[in-house]
Ligand binder design. Structure first.
Ligand code: FAD
Ligand code: NAD
Length: 466
């Protein structure tokens, strides 16, 4: 039987990164993937394809809405969805092939097929070619997640769809009803809104992106509304049905009145659930928690000492970069190192335009924890850079400890916020004070100057440009 030091089941950002780090550390490593391509949800039907469509639709939207003000005269642009989708497929294909290259380069053995535990050290791989069992000293479960739905919804995957189908529609919806005002709903809702669909977001909570800082929810809703997105907040969806090409979503509003939304597509974006189907966890004795996630300790070790789990299949945010850090952590732990992840400093990003990003504690969390804090903020419209590009919506908000001035949270909605947030992560990793950020020179003119200005505002209201 083929034996390995480390076997990884699942090749998403958790699994493939863990494989590379394991190989770098000298372990004989294997990775098992049931799909034909490597890269998991993120590369195939998540982060990468959604960003490709966000970029294409943003070009279209700018051509339609903003070129004229920049003095660019063109005929009315037309959206060619087929071309956008094939470009997206091309981007995905190049990116997933890149993972094959990295596996080869690092001498990781790739097995195509469904991996399932035979014992706590043996994994059977089932594929069209037949069955093969391999043995591993250590096994890492990196099987990720799948879209969740609501009990009364039948996903027909044609009109009543999840993010996976929304990435390959054949036509631009006339009216896309989105259930869930979280990350997927707003990103994919933005794609089709920019291409001309009417988009209505039906959200259960009283604000969109409910886990992020409240200031971001408010500002994002305002800017998306300006772009044409419609919102029904505090609406509990009760029923979804399809009649031919029409879909109907029924929800109860705050007053318990029934509100009906009629469209031609409904995108169900109410979260994702851990995926462990067919893994045969019972054969290895691996325990799950009450939400179906593999139960792990601080070393990401399951209740079976040689079996670890990482990424979306365990607790915590379902983010690619969180999965990657965990993949590295397990490999280094197996090599006898003492790695650590500061989960408070895993940034969250929403790729709408403007982008939304946050790291550390939100104001709501600090209130609940009874921490005394001060807040500095700065509007993007006051920056020369924003006026030059026309990206004047948004703000940067810095929350610092009232007494020590240590930065506790940074939240922003701004052009390129997804990239800007890295400065806040570095600062907080080094336990910077707001004063530290305020005294760092930021190139002019840049969007990053808003971070410095918000820090100045947090330390004695001394922002220069507002
Ligand atoms: P996954 O990427 O889900 O990979 C798991 C892999 O395991 C899959 O390939 C699956 O086929 C395989 N597998 C499962 N069971 C078996 C088995 N028994 N045998 C063999 N193989 C198996 N996150 C971000 O950080 N930024 C983003 O911009 C972002 N955008 C997203 C957009 C969308 C539309 C979606 C749906 C998600 C997005 N995410 C984003 C979330 C991100 O995709 C996940 O957090 C990330 O992919 C989790 O990585 P993972 O390695 O844990 O699992
Ligand atoms: P989410 O948790 O971000 O949002 C789900 C939303 O649906 C919430 O606002 C919730 O209140 C709402 N909801 C739940 N039940 C509802 C109901 N019955 N009626 C109306 N609304 C309801 O989940 P998602 O948007 O599906 O994304 C899934 C995961 O994928 C997230 O954990 C996210 O981290 C990850 N993801 C990340 C990115 C990114 O990093 N940019 C992009 C896409 C997805």
């Amino acid at each position: 039987m083929n034996t390995f030091d480390v076997i990884i089941i699942g090749s998403g950002p958790g699994g493939y990164v863990s494989a590379i780090r394991s190989a770098q550390l000298g372990f004989k490593t294997a990775i098992i993937e049931k799909y034909n391509t490597l890269g998991g949800t993120c590369l195939n039907v998540g982060c990468i394809p959604s960003k490709a469509l966000l970029d294409s639709s943003e070009h279209f939207y700018n051509a339609k809405k903003h070129f004229a003000e920049h003095g660019i005269e063109i005929n009315e642009p037309k959206a060619n969805l087929g071309q956008m989708i094939s470009r997206k497929d091309e981007v995905v294909s190049t990116t997933t092939k890149g993972i094959n290259f990295l596996m080869d380069k690092n001498k990781v053995t790739v097995f195509n097929g469904i991996g399932s535990f035979v014992t706590n050290t043996q994994v059977k791989i089932t594929s069209e070619k037949g069955e093969e069992t391999i043995e591993g000293k250590n096994i890492i479960i990196a099987t990720g997640s799948k879209p969740s739905t609501l009990p009364f919804i039948t996903l027909d995957k044609e009109r009543i769809i999840t993010s996976t189908e929304a990435l390959k529609l054949k036509e631009i919806p006339k009216h896309l009803v989105v259930i869930g005002g979280g990350v997927i709903g707003l990103e994919l809702g933005s794609v089709y809104m920019r291409l001309g669909s009417k988009v209505t977001v039906v959200e259960y909570c009283d604000r969109i992106i409910p886990t992020m800082d409240g200031a971001l929810s408010k500002e994002l809703q305002r800017t998306l509304k300006k772009q044409g997105m419609e919102f029904a907040l505090s609406h509990k969806v009760q029923d979804v049905s399809k009649n031919g090409n029409e879909v109907t979503v029924k929800a109860l509003n705050k007053k318990e009145e029934e509100v009906v939304f009629e469209g031609d597509y409904v995108l169900v974006a109410v979260g994702r659930k851990p995926y462990t189907d067919g893994l045969g966890l019972e054969n290895a004795g691996v325990e799950l928690d009450e939400r179906g996630r593999v139960k792990v300790n601080e070393h990401l070790q399951s209740n079976v000492s040689n079996i670890y789990a990482i990424g979306d299949v365990i607790r915590g945010a379902m983010l690619a970069h969180k999965a990657e850090e965990e993949g590295v952590l397990v490999a280094e732990f197996l090599a006898g190192q003492r790695p650590h992840i500061n989960y408070n400093l895993i940034p969250g990003v929403v790729y709408t335009w403007p982008e939304v990003a946050g790291v550390g504690k939100t104001e709501e969390q600090l209130k609940e924890e009874g921490v005394s804090y001060k807040v500095g903020s700065f509007p993007m419209r006051a920056l020369g850079r924003s006026r030059a590009s026309g990206d004047t919506d948004g703000l940067v908000k810095i929350i610092a400890d009232e007494k020590t001035d240590e930065v506790l949270g940074v939240h922003m909605i701004a052009a390129r916020a997804a990239d800007l947030i890295a400065e806040a992560v570095v600062a907080m990793e080094y336990r910077a004070s707001a004063e530290d950020i305020a005294r760092i020179s930021h190139a002019h003119p840049t969007y990053a100057e808003a971070v410095k200005e918000a820090a100045l505002d947090a330390t004695g209201k001394r922002a220069i440009h507002s």
